[in-house]
Ligand binder design. Structure first.
Ligand code: FE2
Ligand code: FE2
Length: 162
């Protein structure tokens, strides 16, 4: 079985997509849970979703999208659309990060962000990843290694060792 370290660029990015999907599902589950403590948990989950998405978008913008554009200039339109969708998501993320305790407004915005991300991920999976896989000049294993390295570096910055 391939280990995490063997993941190529598309597999690595899609593992992030799946991980954040799980966080959205967990948030939705808590939003409907009757427990009195669910507010703090929702807030923490929302912040975790924001962090994960911010980091993911950053490594795509720094490494994956430019590599794809270099190897396949005809992806430019798709990549412009993808970058615009990242900007939209970042606005929602900034709004969420500015919110206080979890409430109905936060729940609604998390639902909205989830929908936007679902749409964006579908385009990456259905359009960008197949193109990346078909590009002769693109070494997806090497690109995966670069993405992982940058991801680990940024994770280290986001969570300084205690
Ligand atoms: Fe993306
Ligand atoms: Fe992505």
């Amino acid at each position: 079985m391939p280990t995490l370290a063997d993941k190529d660029a598309c597999e690595l990015l899609d593992a992030d997509h799946i991980a954040v999907k799980h966080l959205f599902v967990e948030y939705a589950r808590l939003a409907f849970a009757p427990a009195a403590a669910r507010g703090a948990d929702r807030k923490a989950l929302a912040m975790k979703i924001c962090e994960e998405l911010t980091l993911h978008a950053q490594i795509e913008e720094e490494i994956f999208y430019p590599a794809l554009q270099d190897a396949l200039p005809d992806t430019q339109g798709l990549l412009e659309e993808a970058r615009a969708e990242h900007q939209e998501a970042k606005k929602m993320i900034a709004q969420l990060q500015g919110m206080g305790a979890a409430d109905a407004a936060m729940d609604a915005l998390v639902v909205q962000l989830n929908r936007a991300i679902e749409h964006h991920v579908k385009e990456e999976r259905d359009e960008l990843f197949p193109k990346a896989k078909s590009a002769a000049g693109l070494d997806l294993d090497a690109l995966g290694a670069r993405l992982r390295e940058r991801q680990q570096e940024l994770q280290g910055e986001a969570a300084p060792a205690a």
